[in-house]
Design a protein around this ligand. Structure first.
Ligand code: NAD
Length: 249
């Protein structure tokens, strides 16, 4: 009989809300200590900390801007000092600033690519190094169907999410031989604050393209994150798991 293993530390960017928050609770329910960062909503972070306490897991909440590579590195170091080695990292922090490209400001292009793509790369670099040294780890990035198909009005977001797929696959090839897996999830339309800004017309249009006839839930994405985090996906790396109700953009 093999000895029972202790669930390792999970680190999640953008953990205070939506998919990141659902992933934190899903993995905490399996006994994983959770370190999460958030951009500004301290109340939401305190609420999640309380819920993680109630689940009986250790946690760490940090206000970290993922575009700041040094701050991300410091957060990872603090997590390892306080909670232990990071075994799973989930790069969920992301934003939208939708506009047709011809009307898009330089700032909207820059903010979205900085947060989504560079922010994800910052997290991957900070966690991959200690994982490679330990010869084990699982990194999960958040892409989007917009990054797979392209979505009009989202050229900045689509480009950042396509970049995340390329980053995921390239990094998977670089670190696979050191026992570190890197996979992406590419959600479709999920009920979170990010899609709460859609008008009724936009929701109706989106639903016409979803064979399952509804938006997904953050918990359904979290289930796939948990699958990619754990041993059931031990032979998966460089994959892109679309969780989209069959959407055709
Ligand atoms: P959300 O808006 O509910 O949460 C986003 C989180 O990211 C928040 O916790 C916020 O604090 C954090 N964040 C934003 N900018 C940050 C920064 N600079 N530094 C640190 N944290 C920052 O969004 P969500 O729906 O939960 O989305 C999570 C991820 O899933 C995003 O990467 C998003 O692009 C992706 N995604 C979402 C959907 C959807 O339909 N909701 C679909 C496809 C992909």
């Amino acid at each position: 009989m093999s000895a029972p293993t202790t669930p390792g530390v999970v680190l999640i960017s953008g953990g205070s809300r939506g998919i990141g928050r659902a992933a934190a609770l899903r993995l905490a329910a399996e006994g994983h200590p959770v370190s999460f960062c958030y951009q500004s909503d301290q109340q939401a972070a305190e609420l999640l900390t309380k819920e993680l306490d109630d689940l009986g897991v250790a946690s760490l909440a940090e206000r970290v801007d993922v575009t700041d590579a040094a701050a991300v590195r410091a957060w990872v170091t603090r997590t390892e000092q306080e909670l232990g080695p990071v075994t799973v990292a989930v790069a969920s922090a992301g934003i939208t600033r939708d506009k047709p490209l011809l009307l898009m400001s330089d700032q909207d292009w820059q903010q979205v690519t900085d947060t989504n793509l560079t922010g994800t790369a910052n997290l991957c670099r900070a966690v991959a190094f200690p994982m490679v040294k330990r010869r084990s780890g699982s990194i999960i990035t958040l892409s989007s169907v917009s990054g797979v198909y392209g979505n009009p009005g989202q050229s900045n977001y689509a480009a950042s999410k396509a970049g995340i797929i390329a980053l995921t696959r390239a990094l998977a090839k670089e670190v696979g031989r050191y026992g570190v897996r890197v996979n992406a999830v590419a959600p479709g339309m999920i009920e979170t604050d990010m899609t709460a800004v859609l008008t009724e017309d936009q929701r109706g249009d989106a639903l016409k393209h979803i064979p399952l006839g509804r938006f997904g839930t953050a918990e359904e994405v979290a289930d796939s994150v948990a699958f990619l985090a754990g041993p059931q996906s031990g032979y998966l790396t460089g994959s892109v798991l679309q969780i989209d109700g069959g959407i055709v953009l």
